[in-house]
Ligand binder design. Sequence first.
Ligand code: AMP
Length: 433
Amino acid sequence: MSQKIRGVKGTRDVLPIDTYVKDEDPWVRVGHYHLVEQSARDLFPLYGYREARTPVLERTELFVRGIGEVTDIVGKEMYTFDDRGESVTLRPENTASLVRAYVEHNVNQQEPETKWWYAGPMFRRERQQRGRYRQFTQIGIEAFGSPGPRIDAEQVELLDRWLRVLGVPFEMHLNTLGDASCRPKYREALQAYLRSRAPELCEDCQKRIETNPIRVLDCKNPKCQEVAAAAPKMEQFLCEPCKVHFAGVQEMLQRLGVPFVVDPKLVRGLDYYTRTTYEAIATSGLGAQSTLAGGGRYDGLVKDLGGPDVPGIGFAAGVERLALLLAQEGKERATRPVVFIAPLGDAEAARADQLAQQLRAAGLAAEVSFRKSNPGNQLKRADTLGARFALVLGDQELKSDRAKLKELKTGAQHEVTLSGFADEVRKLTGGPR
Ligand code: AMP
């Protein structure tokens, strides 16, 4: 036998079935993904967001300039390769790509405010663990052209509503990172403080003091957290406009009835954030990788990437983590057959195919058995598929035009005719025409 070829480390197959059951890590099926994706597709347009699709492959320079050279993502996690003399990268996130598209197509000349949402795979060469993969899916939104703070609050409210629709347990965290006029002073003060306590920090954070000191604040290492707890706070350094902006966001969230906590440790990993940052963190069910979605304002990014001076704000949510929570709660979106038809012989099979065709044309999901097997096994198969009704079709049924439709959950039998089958099933289910 030839050797099996396994998937690449850190990637996952999402299938419509379970292939194993493990209590602490339920198998995530495609139906869990569908629930996450469909709820976004239904909800985001209600807030004016329209879908944008950009390529998975971008020029490496986009992320180096957009995300920042000293970030973990650009420093060590990108899938970058040479494409005949040009360096290209599998996107590690989508904000930079959407900004590129926004700038490339001069979108600001057509509309003063733009709201886009997206969904798709992202790639980061991270250490794999539960809820952290090398290919993962993000759904996110970006709004260009609104300096805030109303749009900031609207986005946080959208994220809050979405997670409530999905029914996952979470807490909304909110912070501000200041802007180009006040953050440098804070950065300096933080650096001075961290240098004085450098020996207590982990190796990575010792390097971060010089490259990206703000990231020390969200290091998971307990020693670093101890040092971070006594560090100077951004709040003390905020300039007046940043203070007013942050107060505005909080006031509006209160007005909209969105619960949140102010979290000075919420600094986000990427360079481009200014002012408002927010994260929805799962309060149970995920362990270490508990951030469901993260976002913030990036007022200088469009300009940095060669565009006009247009402000932006957005969030990205991790579909795998949301799907894991839904899997644990047994919630998914799956189409199950309304009727499973099991023909006993060849003539019945031909009729079964026609009946299935009629059901599908009426918008009802139908499955026919292609295997020869006894009625007992056929009913078992119907049950496994989650069918609502099963129809066993034999010679007798064909001749008399009458059959018994078995409702699998209750065992109830419904008398139906084959000639009026689709209509009668529709009446029984109240389903679509
Ligand atoms: P980020 O772009 O790092 O702010 O991530 C936004 C969200 O995407 C996170 O809150 C996670 O839910 C998800 N996410 C980020 N990286 C990964 C990963 N490697 N695997 C799975 N989900 C991820």
